[in-house]
Design a protein around this ligand. Sequence first.
Ligand code: ZN
Ligand code: ZN
Ligand code: ZN
Length: 370
Amino acid sequence: MGLDELYPAARLTAAQRATAAAGLDALLLTPGSDLRYLTGYDAHAGERLTCLVLPAEGEATLIVPTLERPAAEAAPGVAAVRLVDHADGTDPYPLVRAALSGPVAAVGLADRMWAEQVLALRAALPEATQRLASAVLRELRLRKSPAEVAALAEAGAAIDAVHAAMGRWLRPGRTEAQVAADLAAAIRAAGHVTVDFVIVAAGPNGASPHHGTSDRPIRAGEPVVVDIGGTMPSGYRSDCTRTYVAGGPAPAEFTDYYTVLYEAQRAAVAAVRPGITAEAVDAAAREVITAAGYGDAFLHRTGHGIGLDTHEEPYVVAGNRRPLEAGMAFSVEPGIYLAGRHGARIEDIVVCTTDGGQRLNTTPTELIAL
Ligand code: ZN
Ligand code: ZN
Ligand code: ZN
């Protein structure tokens, strides 16, 4: 898959149309997923200003520190924009004003822009109301192009390869941190350029959904939740959870609720199709778990969208009545967590297609005995 396909120049034009339709005069995008989505540029986020100034009409300008100009020029979508650089010791913010012609009443700022940049842009454009760029870009980023789905599938295959080899690293007697260090190396070896997170949560730690790792040794027969993900050279991300038991049988109580979780996750994946609401997919998992008496132990939403960010829209959560559409990609990751004892989670990335949900993670979701 070519980067030109993944980051087509036409995206800038589509974003300009959407900016005008939203009643904004421009988008101002500092380093992050929005900037990368529109230009392919994986910009360094630092105190020096990098900012794409995308007016609703007219030429786009990418303001970059002089020393990062070669890096910016190498990005696939940057050929379509005017590049302006600023040397250390000069104030770059007037360049933002200069890149915009005419009055500027409202601008959309990258959602995760640093506060120091938000305030400096306010000072540079005092007449402009600041809004969130997601008001414009959310609708574009929500529906993945075939090239984006292919990039997510590539990420899924890479993280699947790590899970498939888990027996090489996860053994009783090793600490969670030791296993996690090996997994981080394996995530890179599988093709990711960065390791975004590694959760290895054994026994009681498995009851904490966002436990990281610890120096606690894994015991035989203890359930272990392993949730791992990284970023591929494409910029697209992986995120997959499997639950393991090493060196002996899991407690009977655990295998009972693992079966419930397995059915819940399957039910939610099976529910995915165009037109169903995101909250109905959440309910499909939750109903199975609640009916079995574990409703209170499923203490988070069923999933989150994924793309250039690990967590983005659409969120698979009660209250999100948005109907799913072909091209939306998100996790389906119900969990059951019994505080002080153990927990389990099963997570696949699923893309909604016209034929229903397609898993981008394909390793078995049964409890895996090592
Ligand atoms: Zn999470
Ligand atoms: Zn996730
Ligand atoms: Zn995850």
